[in-house]
Design a protein around this ligand. Structure first.
Ligand code: KIV
Ligand code: ZN
Length: 390
């Protein structure tokens, strides 16, 4: 039987930690609504104790998103942080408190300067307090991939007994390798399911050596019920597991993983471009699934093979991630017809003739300054046009 893997998107929290990716309230609300359209299971909307602005943004997202995804926000294992999370996510239809506390020796000793027992009690107290406020509490064992296994398990066992409903195993510094991380998840999963089989086991992988997606998928293969990701792999340092990569990896090989997600994959490209436009952080041209070249075939041998049958060189159809067929490169000489065709393939329907003419004239202005106008430029135009109207 295929397992349903939950997807938590942390673009608005871990993703926003990228230097230069500071987002204003309206930009965060726009991304949150698009994450809902993508059908993520949980939106991590911010770190409310970090600033009044972040507190306000999490509260507004919790109010605006309505039915659908759970809304969570990050808290350290201290009451004041947990209060901030509770006060901001409580407006959501399905709020969740997310607590993080170090689990590795280096975190316990060097970051906190405490004993392992003290840190464990701190975690348990935090979960008990959060649980007195909301039924759903996630506990993240920070730096789990470098932690002593028996201490990690002791922590997991104690916080589950204190009421945690989700346990997150982060590879905080991107130290893990797939086989080893899969094994870690398998061991935790085995004990956890014996302890309480309703508790959700989650992973959160960073990309310091380019293995975030591989580690996430190894975790899914070994029993993880939930994955934490960001759009375009944004996140601290080299970033987090890219949602589009993990989700399409599972979708491409459902029998291998014995799993599926609820993501509406046709919304992937639009979400990726929206996040790129709003954050100002480009998607690299050869980025898996959403880069400009992801579905472009240039060599003669490949083109010849594709013309015979698409599946010779195409394992995922561009339409599945919302890229409608081959890219049409527009220029200032492209007429209204080609432009209309491009925008309608991107899902944009002009309200009336005047609306379309305004968008077309913005396109002509851009085409005058750029030699070639690509799909991502048109997405940007549509996105900006929509925001100018609202
Ligand atoms: O990388 C990390 O450990 C985190 C936790 C808050 C889950 O971002
Ligand atoms: Zn992280």
């Amino acid at each position: 039987m295929s397992r349903r893997i939950l997807v938590l998107d942390t673009t608005l929290r871990d993703g926003e930690q990228v230097p230069g990716a500071k987002l204003n309230l309206y930009e965060k609300l726009e991304i949150a609504q698009q994450l809902k359209a993508l059908n993520v299971d949980i939106i991590e909307a911010g770190f409310p104790s970090s600033s009044a602005g972040d507190f306000n943004a999490v509260s507004e997202i919790a109010k605006a998103v309505g039915d659908g995804p759970m809304i969570t926000a990050l808290s350290r294992a201290v009451r004041s942080d947990i209060d901030s999370v509770y006060q901001s996510v409580r407006w959501a239809e399905r709020p969740l408190i997310h607590i993080v506390l170090g689990a590795s020796d280096v975190h316990v000793e060097k970051k906190f300067g405490k004993s392992k027992d003290d840190i464990l009690s701190m975690g348990v107290e935090a979960v008990k307090y959060a649980k007195s406020l909301l039924p759903d509490v996630q506990y993240s064992t920070e730096d789990a991939s470098r932690a002593d296994f028996e201490y990690l398990w002791k922590t997991v066992e104690a916080v589950v007994k204190a009421g945690a409903t989700m346990i997150n195993i982060p590879d905080t510094v991107g130290y893990a390798v797939p086989e080893e991380f899969g094994e870690l998840v398998k061991r935790i999963n085995y004990r956890l399911k014996n302890l309480n089989d309703r508790v959700i086991l989650s992973v959160h992988c960073h990309n310091d050596t380019g293995l975030a997606t591989a580690n996430t998928l190894a975790a899914v293969k070994n029993g993880a019920d939930k994955i934490e990701c960001t759009i375009n792999g944004l996140g601290e340092r080299a970033g987090n597991c890219a949602l589009e990569e993990a989700v399409m990896g599972i979708r491409l090989r459902p029998d291998y993983y014995g799993a599926h997600t609820g993501i509406i994959t046709k919304e992937i490209y639009k979400t990726s471009r929206m996040v790129s436009n709003i954050t100002g952080l480009d998607v690299q041209v050869n980025k898996a699934l959403t880069g400009d070249n992801a579905f472009a075939h240039s060599s003669g041998i490949h083109q010849d093979g594709l013309l015979k049958s698409k599946d010779v060189y195409e394992i995922i159809s561009p339409e599945d991630v919302g890229v409608e067929g081959m890219e049409l490169v527009l220029t200032a000489r492209s007429g209204r017809h080609a432009f209309k065709d491009t925008v309608s393939r991107m899902g944009y329907e002009a309200q009336n003739e005047k609306d379309f003419e305004e968008l077309f004239s913005k396109f002509l202005q851009l085409a005058d300054t750029k030699k070639e106008v690509y799909n991502h430029d048109v997405y940007y135009l549509i996105d900006k046009h929509n925001r100018d109207k609202s």
